[in-house]
Design a protein around this ligand. Structure first.
Ligand SMILES: NC(=O)c1ccc[n+]([C@@H]2O[C@H](COP(=O)([O-])OP(=O)(O)OC[C@H]3O[C@@H](n4cnc5c(N)ncnc54)[C@H](O)[C@@H]3O)[C@@H](O)[C@H]2O)c1
Length: 247
């Protein structure tokens, strides 16, 4: 696959899945805009030739508009998790998570589409989650934001189709990233069990394949969606969950 001449924007590029996506798209020849809060990690990636660092807080929606103009590929990836029962969930945290994982993707896509329509080609790839399709207790803001992202992605798929723009969600189960490592501690607290039991008995309880997914496996799906053979995949939710959601 050759993405020479294409510009890709990857949010949350400093860590985990975003980092793997940025690395993969750069290897395919794309110019990559690396967007994240973590300036140090972005600079390190830029020094390795992975892309251009853009130190942006995605909850600052006006800054988001500026960084998204003129790109051919969008990977809406940045996200955070909070594990807390609904009746104790801090309202300001709920608002922030919806802003980061639903409103920022909307603003990015809104700013990116005119350039994509002008070139009659574009790829919107939303890193959703199994939690975009299924719920889990204690994850109200995350599940709500990801379900919203699923709906938004499908609308963009319909509007973008006549302009050569596809929009899809990727729905991983648990991926080996810092976000999951943090959750292991939070889940241990919420369920009152030792952290050592969380991966098998909580995280992977519904997964027939008992291992975490590697970030590079998600990045490979992102790369595939950018290739010409994927032009008919549109409005889809592509699970990478080891058959978790099949049960
Ligand atoms: N790890 C998993 O198991 C898993 C599973 C399914 C879906 N996902 C989704 O994949 C995406 C990436 O997750 P990850 O596991 O790689 O997480 P991660 O914590 O490793 O990386 C997330 C990145 O987002 C950045 N970020 C957070 N808030 C930001 C903000 N306001 N502005 C700019 N950048 C910000 C962080 O600095 C970090 O670099 C998320 O949307 C997550 O919901 C993850």
């Amino acid at each position: 696959m050759d993405l020479t001449g294409r510009t890709a924007l990857v949010t949350g590029a400093a860590s985990g899945i975003g980092r793997a996506c940025a690395t993969r798209l750069a290897a395919a020849g794309a110019t990559v805009r690396l967007v994240d809060l973590n300036r140090e990690a972005l600079d390190e990636l830029a020094q390795r030739g992975i892309g251009e660092p853009h130190h942006v807080d995605l909850t600052d929606l006006d800054a988001v508009d500026t960084v998204a103009r003129g790109v051919d590929i969008v990977v809406n990836n940045a996200g955070v998790q909070t594990v807390c029962p609904v009746h104790e969930f801090p309202p300001e945290r709920f608002s922030m998570m919806v802003k980061l994982m639903l409103e920022a993707p909307f603003r990015i896509v809104r700013a990116a589409l005119p350039h994509m329509y002008a070139r009659n080609w574009g790829r919107i790839i939303n890193i959703s989650s199994v939690h975009g399709l299924r719920a889990s207790a204690y994850k109200s803001a995350y599940v709500a934001a990801k379900h919203g992202l699923e709906g938004f992605s499908k609308v963009v798929a319909l509007e973008g189709a006549p302009h050569g723009v596809t929009s899809n969600c990727i729905n991983p189960g648990y991926v080996r990233t810092p976000l999951v490592e943090q959750q292991i501690a939070d889940q241990a607290r919420a369920h009152g069990i030792p952290a050592s039991d969380v991966v098998e008995t909580v995280l992977l309880a519904r997964s027939p394949i008992k291992r975490l997914i590697e970030p590079a496996e998600v990045a490979e799906m992102v790369a595939y969606l950018c290739c010409p053979e994927a032009s008919f995949i549109n409005g889809a939710s592509l699970t990478i969950d080891g058959a978790w959601s099949a049960s």
